[in-house]
Design a protein around this ligand. Structure first.
Ligand SMILES: C[S@@+](CC[C@H](N)C(=O)[O-])C[C@H]1O[C@@H](n2cnc3c(N)ncnc32)[C@H](O)[C@@H]1O
Length: 298
């Protein structure tokens, strides 16, 4: 279970208060240091799950997002997620008293996010935009964006996101009770969409890395100088038995427009183990993701 992120409890006194020189977040020194450990465990608590959010095949937990939102922003600042899916980033940001904008290509996930925001009565401090992340610098995309003023591109304080993990959702590893099959039987999505703009539908790996890299090149223009971006990704074992270092390849590609600051490893401790290679070969059960941390220094 994810430890509850410590929101800025300003009732604390003395050395518990954040120092005035802290320009990054509202955390105390003790809270700050705890968040610099390079790994953390976070499983998806049940209370954010329902039929609508479960429709999306690859969500990340709101509590995981909150760990980073509270580290890399202060209350009231703006957060952006260019692949927002069913809205975990927006919900987590609102819960932590931040403002947020998400972009999503698939209309049905954008709608799930919209409904979730409507339930929270957000009073215009969070918004989902339906659109293609390949076109982030086109002004038309931001026409009605609440974070924009004067027909200019918005400038965010923090970006957190998770791109499609290549075309992995298109390739079930099978097994009698694979998650893929269980989801298909339950009428839940097993991939995002059939759109030609969906980055999860690109077959060629190098082309995929370049397409995702180009989205992050554009993100650099939407992030204030010296602010941070977290990209959640995973290395993948593909169905014909070799491992694709997706997280590492993305770290290298994104480093052309951002400066790489290191990673925190998000561990999932309650996922069921699959019996993949036993009793002949080593096959890892990938129950961790890399949260790759970048700074806009370029
Ligand atoms: C890994 S999921 C993100 C899930 C999200 N973090 C959540 O918790 O719901 C990647 C998302 O990127 C979206 N996507 C794929 N191609 C896109 C594009 N070109 N522009 C915007 N979104 C895209 C997919 O529809 C999918 O919802």
């Amino acid at each position: 279970m994810c430890s509850k992120p410590e929101t800025a409890d300003r009732t604390k006194s003395g050395k518990g208060n954040p120092v005035p020189e802290n320009t990054l977040n509202d955390l105390t020194g003790k809270e700050w240091i705890k968040r610099t450990k390079s790994w953390f465990i976070c499983d998806s608590p049940r209370y954010h799950r329902n039929r609508d959010t479960e429709l999306h095949p690859a969500r990340f937990p709101e509590e995981m997002v909150a760990q980073f939102v509270t580290f890399f922003t202060k209350a009231g600042q703006w957060v952006f997620d260019p692949f927002c899916g069913s809205g975990a980033t927006l919900i987590a940001s609102l819960e932590q008293e931040r403002r947020a904008v998400g972009l999503e290509l698939a209309p049905r996930y954008a709608e799930v996010t919209r409904q979730r925001l409507a339930e929270l009565d957000t009073d215009g401090i969070a918004q989902v935009i339906l659109g293609d992340a390949a076109e982030l610098l086109k002004l038309d995309l931001w026409e009605d964006c609440i974070a924009c003023s004067g027909g200019r591109l918005p400038q965010f304080d923090f970006i957190i996101t998770s791109p499609p993990y290549w075309n992995m959702l298109r390739h079930s590893r099978g097994g009698v009770h694979s998650v893929h099959k269980q989801r298909a039987e339950a009428g839940l999505d097993t991939h995002y969409s059939d759109s030609g703009q969906d980055l999860g539908n690109i077959e060629d790996y190098d082309e995929f890395i370049e397409a995702v890299g180009s989205v992050f090149d554009q993100c650099q223009k939407l992030l204030k100088p010296e602010k941070y971006m977290v990209v959640v990704a995973q290395n993948l074992r593909v169905s014909d038995g070799y491992v694709v270092p997706l997280a590492w390849d993305l770290a290298r590609r994104i480093s052309t427009s951002f400066s790489f600051q290191g990673e925190r490893i998000w561990c999932q401790d309650s996922k069921q183990l699959g019996i993949w290679g036993y009793p002949k070969v080593f096959v890892p059960n990938y129950h961790h993701h890399y949260c790759l941390i970048f700074r806009n220094d370029k």
